[in-house]
Design a protein around this ligand. Structure first.
Ligand code: ZN
Ligand code: FE
Ligand code: FE
Ligand code: ZN
Length: 268
């Protein structure tokens, strides 16, 4: 049975990744995948928001590149998506983006906390060092819970992202996870196993095994993503990711088309 779709990957348009959709698609075929989704970082209403996403005017190029990849790789199912930064108060912008193209799904991710700090940015480690990890994790999960409850997203990206650099609270974070997963379960929003964590300082996938087992127990659906920022990362570590899903108690993962989900069995 085929590996699950890789629904999280970026393109050169976001200015910190390499590869066009067709390059990612060819890499996916070489990795034995049958379905992928492009999910580059969403444009913002003002292009000076930060320096790690496409400009608004590049949305056409993004879409055309995806259509070109579909034409050049007919053996691969290619979904069109965005990884959208969830910012409280930014909901209308997400709806506006959603209306611009016939997207297959949106991944909602929290990178920014209230003071405009992108917590996964390696250039801002000083911010981590100046804070109590628990306070950061608590603020992050409050925002992630709001993202799950917003109705704007099919998938929540890298749910325990604050562990990336190893700043982990000593306190038990289970109550934070439970509240977030309750909102995800209520809205039918999936969490993703994001294998990129293995390539970061935390040295494990997002989310952790205990977090994932809790998600399975609470009935939260599942998707998979490599968070590839270059072609060689497409589908990376998907066999261990499927094993982790099974170990957590999952038997199915979701496929998306036209912002509707269908459950498909995991490979044995
Ligand atoms: Zn990125
Ligand atoms: Fe992200
Ligand atoms: Fe990403
Ligand atoms: Zn991401």
């Amino acid at each position: 049975m085929a590996l699950p779709p890789d629904y999280h990957m970026h393109t050169h348009l976001c200015r910190h990744a390499e590869g066009r959709p067709v390059d990612m698609a060819r890499a996916a075929l070489a990795a034995g995948l049958t379905e992928i989704g492009l999910s580059d970082h969403n444009p913002m209403p003002h292009d000076d928001f930060d320096n790690w996403r496409m400009a608004l005017a590049q949305l056409d190029e993004y879409w055309e590149d995806i259509e070109r990849a579909r034409a050049e790789c007919p053996g691969l199912t290619i979904r069109a998506a965005l990884e959208v930064d969830y910012l409280p108060g930014g909901e209308d912008w997400v709806r506006e983006l959603a209306a611009r193209r016939p997207w297959d799904y949106f991944i909602g991710s929290v990178h920014y906390l209230s003071d405009g700090w992108d917590i996964d940015n390696p250039q801002k480690l000083d911010r981590w060092r100046a804070r109590d990890p628990w306070e950061v994790w608590e603020a992050y999960f409050e925002r992630l819970t709001a993202a799950a409850a917003s109705g704007l997203f099919e998938i929540i990206g890298h749910a325990d992202l604050p562990k990336k650099f190893g700043f982990v609270p000593e306190r038990d974070c289970t109550p934070l996870f439970t509240r977030f997963l309750g909102a995800a379960a209520a809205g039918g929003v999936a969490v993703e196993i994001n294998t990129a964590g293995r390539r970061k300082e935390c040295r494990e996938m997002y989310p952790s095994p205990a977090f994932l087992a809790l998600a399975a127990r609470m009935g939260v659906p599942l998707a998979f993503g490599s968070d590839a920022h270059r072609p060689a990362e497409v589908g990376l570590d998907f066999a261990p990711a499927v094993a982790a899903a099974r170990a957590a108690g999952y038997t199915h993962s979701l496929r998306f088309a036209g912002r509707a989900a269908v459950a498909a069995p995991l490979p044995a």
